[in-house]
Design a protein around this ligand. Structure first.
Ligand code: C5P
Length: 222
Protein backbone atom coordinates (compact mmCIF):
# COMPACT_ATOMS: atom_id res chain seq x y z
CA UNK A 1 0.00 0.00 0.00
CA UNK A 2 1.06 3.54 -0.75
CA UNK A 3 2.27 5.64 2.18
CA UNK A 4 2.13 9.41 2.12
CA UNK A 5 3.49 12.35 4.08
CA UNK A 6 1.08 14.60 5.95
CA UNK A 7 2.17 18.06 7.10
CA UNK A 8 0.12 19.93 9.69
CA UNK A 9 1.18 23.50 10.39
CA UNK A 10 -0.36 26.44 12.17
CA UNK A 11 -0.06 28.85 15.08
CA UNK A 12 0.29 27.91 18.76
CA UNK A 13 -2.44 25.82 20.38
CA UNK A 14 -4.51 25.43 17.22
CA UNK A 15 -5.00 21.73 17.97
CA UNK A 16 -2.31 20.44 15.58
CA UNK A 17 -0.89 17.74 17.81
CA UNK A 18 -4.30 16.50 18.95
CA UNK A 19 -5.53 15.84 15.42
CA UNK A 20 -2.10 14.73 14.14
CA UNK A 21 -1.95 11.98 16.78
CA UNK A 22 -5.44 10.73 15.92
CA UNK A 23 -4.75 10.70 12.17
CA UNK A 24 -1.36 8.99 12.61
CA UNK A 25 -2.90 6.28 14.78
CA UNK A 26 -5.68 5.60 12.28
CA UNK A 27 -3.22 5.25 9.41
CA UNK A 28 -0.58 3.39 11.43
CA UNK A 29 1.90 6.16 10.62
CA UNK A 30 4.67 7.72 12.67
CA UNK A 31 3.66 10.91 14.46
CA UNK A 32 6.42 13.49 14.73
CA UNK A 33 5.97 16.49 17.04
CA UNK A 34 8.63 18.90 15.76
CA UNK A 35 7.70 21.52 18.37
CA UNK A 36 8.82 19.05 21.05
CA UNK A 37 12.28 19.02 19.44
CA UNK A 38 12.61 22.82 19.62
CA UNK A 39 11.25 22.66 23.17
CA UNK A 40 13.75 19.94 24.14
CA UNK A 41 16.67 22.11 23.00
CA UNK A 42 15.22 25.11 24.86
CA UNK A 43 14.88 23.01 28.02
CA UNK A 44 18.48 21.86 27.72
CA UNK A 45 19.68 25.44 27.13
CA UNK A 46 17.93 26.57 30.32
CA UNK A 47 19.49 23.67 32.27
CA UNK A 48 22.95 24.55 30.91
CA UNK A 49 22.47 28.30 31.34
CA UNK A 50 23.09 28.78 27.63
CA UNK A 51 21.71 32.12 26.40
CA UNK A 52 18.85 31.81 23.89
CA UNK A 53 20.73 34.34 21.76
CA UNK A 54 23.91 32.23 21.55
CA UNK A 55 23.41 30.40 18.26
CA UNK A 56 26.82 28.75 18.28
CA UNK A 57 26.43 27.33 21.78
CA UNK A 58 22.87 26.20 21.06
CA UNK A 59 24.03 24.27 18.01
CA UNK A 60 26.85 22.72 20.03
CA UNK A 61 24.37 21.68 22.70
CA UNK A 62 22.02 20.24 20.08
CA UNK A 63 24.78 18.16 18.48
CA UNK A 64 25.33 16.49 21.87
CA UNK A 65 21.62 15.79 22.28
CA UNK A 66 19.73 12.66 21.39
CA UNK A 67 16.02 13.54 21.26
CA UNK A 68 13.80 10.49 21.28
CA UNK A 69 10.11 9.67 21.46
CA UNK A 70 8.31 6.72 22.96
CA UNK A 71 4.62 5.94 22.41
CA UNK A 72 2.50 6.17 25.57
CA UNK A 73 -1.26 5.47 25.48
CA UNK A 74 -2.11 7.47 22.36
CA UNK A 75 0.38 10.10 23.46
CA UNK A 76 4.16 10.31 23.46
CA UNK A 77 6.95 10.54 26.01
CA UNK A 78 9.89 12.76 25.11
CA UNK A 79 13.48 12.03 26.16
CA UNK A 80 16.71 14.00 25.98
CA UNK A 81 19.79 11.79 26.30
CA UNK A 82 17.62 9.23 28.08
CA UNK A 83 16.12 11.69 30.58
CA UNK A 84 12.34 12.04 30.38
CA UNK A 85 11.34 15.66 29.70
CA UNK A 86 7.71 15.14 28.59
CA UNK A 87 6.20 17.49 31.18
CA UNK A 88 9.20 19.77 31.68
CA UNK A 89 9.19 20.96 28.06
CA UNK A 90 5.57 22.19 28.41
CA UNK A 91 6.27 24.51 31.36
CA UNK A 92 6.05 28.24 30.80
CA UNK A 93 9.81 28.91 31.13
CA UNK A 94 10.38 26.73 28.06
CA UNK A 95 7.26 27.93 26.22
CA UNK A 96 8.24 31.57 26.60
CA UNK A 97 11.85 31.04 25.44
CA UNK A 98 11.34 28.57 22.59
CA UNK A 99 10.60 31.12 19.85
CA UNK A 100 13.97 32.79 20.44
CA UNK A 101 15.79 29.46 20.23
CA UNK A 102 13.93 28.35 17.11
CA UNK A 103 14.67 31.59 15.25
CA UNK A 104 18.33 30.62 14.65
CA UNK A 105 19.09 29.36 11.15
CA UNK A 106 21.75 26.85 12.24
CA UNK A 107 19.48 25.39 14.92
CA UNK A 108 16.73 24.92 12.34
CA UNK A 109 19.13 23.37 9.84
CA UNK A 110 20.10 20.64 12.31
CA UNK A 111 16.55 19.93 13.49
CA UNK A 112 15.09 19.97 9.97
CA UNK A 113 17.70 17.38 8.99
CA UNK A 114 16.62 15.14 11.88
CA UNK A 115 12.95 15.63 11.01
CA UNK A 116 13.56 14.68 7.38
CA UNK A 117 15.38 11.53 8.52
CA UNK A 118 12.33 10.56 10.60
CA UNK A 119 10.03 11.19 7.62
CA UNK A 120 12.25 9.03 5.39
CA UNK A 121 11.21 5.96 7.39
CA UNK A 122 7.77 5.91 5.71
CA UNK A 123 4.24 7.15 6.36
CA UNK A 124 4.37 10.15 8.65
CA UNK A 125 2.17 12.82 10.17
CA UNK A 126 4.36 15.74 11.19
CA UNK A 127 3.19 18.91 12.92
CA UNK A 128 4.95 22.23 13.38
CA UNK A 129 5.34 25.63 11.75
CA UNK A 130 7.40 25.01 8.61
CA UNK A 131 6.60 21.41 7.69
CA UNK A 132 4.71 22.18 4.47
CA UNK A 133 7.08 24.97 3.47
CA UNK A 134 10.55 23.72 4.48
CA UNK A 135 10.73 20.26 6.08
CA UNK A 136 8.47 18.27 3.73
CA UNK A 137 7.79 20.57 0.75
CA UNK A 138 6.63 17.56 -1.32
CA UNK A 139 4.17 16.25 1.30
CA UNK A 140 1.05 14.87 -0.39
CA UNK A 141 -1.23 16.44 2.22
CA UNK A 142 -0.65 19.88 3.74
CA UNK A 143 -3.02 21.28 6.32
CA UNK A 144 -2.83 24.76 7.84
CA UNK A 145 -4.86 24.80 11.06
CA UNK A 146 -5.99 28.14 12.45
CA UNK A 147 -8.34 29.36 15.20
CA UNK A 148 -8.92 32.71 16.89
CA UNK A 149 -6.56 33.67 19.72
CA UNK A 150 -9.54 33.76 22.12
CA UNK A 151 -10.58 30.22 21.22
CA UNK A 152 -7.02 28.87 21.44
CA UNK A 153 -6.42 30.51 24.82
CA UNK A 154 -9.72 29.13 26.11
CA UNK A 155 -8.89 25.60 24.98
CA UNK A 156 -5.49 25.80 26.66
CA UNK A 157 -7.10 27.27 29.78
CA UNK A 158 -9.55 24.36 30.05
CA UNK A 159 -6.79 21.84 29.37
CA UNK A 160 -4.68 23.36 32.16
CA UNK A 161 -7.64 23.37 34.54
CA UNK A 162 -8.27 19.68 33.88
CA UNK A 163 -4.61 18.98 34.68
CA UNK A 164 -4.88 21.03 37.86
CA UNK A 165 -2.49 23.70 36.56
CA UNK A 166 -3.69 27.17 37.60
CA UNK A 167 -3.45 29.78 34.83
CA UNK A 168 -4.91 33.10 33.81
CA UNK A 169 -6.87 33.30 30.58
CA UNK A 170 -5.55 36.80 29.91
CA UNK A 171 -1.92 35.74 30.38
CA UNK A 172 -2.46 32.73 28.11
CA UNK A 173 -3.94 34.95 25.43
CA UNK A 174 -0.96 37.31 25.61
CA UNK A 175 1.58 34.47 25.53
CA UNK A 176 -0.06 32.81 22.53
CA UNK A 177 -0.27 36.09 20.61
CA UNK A 178 3.34 36.91 21.39
CA UNK A 179 4.63 33.49 20.33
CA UNK A 180 2.65 33.67 17.07
CA UNK A 181 4.09 37.10 16.38
CA UNK A 182 7.68 35.92 16.93
CA UNK A 183 7.19 32.71 14.94
CA UNK A 184 5.60 34.59 12.02
CA UNK A 185 8.16 37.38 11.91
CA UNK A 186 11.48 35.52 12.15
CA UNK A 187 13.75 35.59 9.13
CA UNK A 188 14.29 31.85 8.68
CA UNK A 189 11.26 29.70 7.77
CA UNK A 190 8.63 31.86 9.44
CA UNK A 191 5.20 30.46 10.20
CA UNK A 192 3.31 30.89 6.93
CA UNK A 193 0.75 28.86 5.04
CA UNK A 194 2.25 26.86 2.16
CA UNK A 195 0.72 27.80 -1.19
CA UNK A 196 -0.64 24.30 -1.66
CA UNK A 197 -1.91 23.83 1.92
CA UNK A 198 -5.57 23.51 2.82
CA UNK A 199 -6.53 26.10 5.41
CA UNK A 200 -8.89 24.86 8.15
CA UNK A 201 -10.36 27.30 10.66
CA UNK A 202 -11.17 25.20 13.73
CA UNK A 203 -12.63 28.01 15.86
CA UNK A 204 -16.16 26.58 15.79
CA UNK A 205 -15.28 22.95 15.01
CA UNK A 206 -14.93 19.99 17.37
CA UNK A 207 -11.83 17.77 17.29
CA UNK A 208 -13.86 15.06 15.54
CA UNK A 209 -15.07 17.53 12.90
CA UNK A 210 -11.51 18.64 12.18
CA UNK A 211 -10.30 15.04 11.98
CA UNK A 212 -13.15 14.17 9.61
CA UNK A 213 -12.23 17.02 7.27
CA UNK A 214 -8.59 15.90 7.24
CA UNK A 215 -9.63 12.28 6.60
CA UNK A 216 -11.55 13.45 3.52
CA UNK A 217 -8.49 15.27 2.20
CA UNK A 218 -6.25 12.25 2.86
CA UNK A 219 -8.68 9.90 1.06
CA UNK A 220 -8.18 11.83 -2.17
CA UNK A 221 -4.40 11.20 -1.96
CA UNK A 222 -4.24 7.53 -1.01
O1 C5P B 1 4.21 23.21 18.46
P1 C5P B 1 4.75 23.86 19.70
O2 C5P B 1 3.87 24.97 20.18
O3 C5P B 1 5.08 22.88 20.76
O4 C5P B 1 6.13 24.52 19.24
C1 C5P B 1 6.93 25.24 20.12
C2 C5P B 1 7.74 26.29 19.37
O5 C5P B 1 8.74 25.65 18.59
C3 C5P B 1 6.99 27.19 18.41
O6 C5P B 1 6.39 28.30 19.06
C4 C5P B 1 8.11 27.62 17.46
O7 C5P B 1 8.87 28.67 18.00
C5 C5P B 1 8.99 26.38 17.40
N1 C5P B 1 8.73 25.55 16.24
C6 C5P B 1 9.28 25.90 15.04
N2 C5P B 1 9.16 25.09 13.96
C7 C5P B 1 8.47 23.95 14.03
C8 C5P B 1 7.85 23.57 15.25
C9 C5P B 1 7.99 24.41 16.34
O8 C5P B 1 9.92 26.95 14.93
N3 C5P B 1 8.38 23.15 12.96
Amino acid sequence: EKTIKIAIDGPASAGKSTVAKIVAKELGYIYCDTGAMYRALTYQAIQNKTAVTDEKQLVQLLKEMVISFEPNKGDQKVFVNGEEVTDAIRLSDVTNAVSAVSAHGEVRKELVKRQQEIADRGGVVMDGRDIGTAVLPTAEVKIFLVASVEERAERRYKENLSKGIPTSLEVLKQEIAERDYKDSHREVSPLIQAEDAVRLDTTSLSIEQVVEKIREIIQTKL
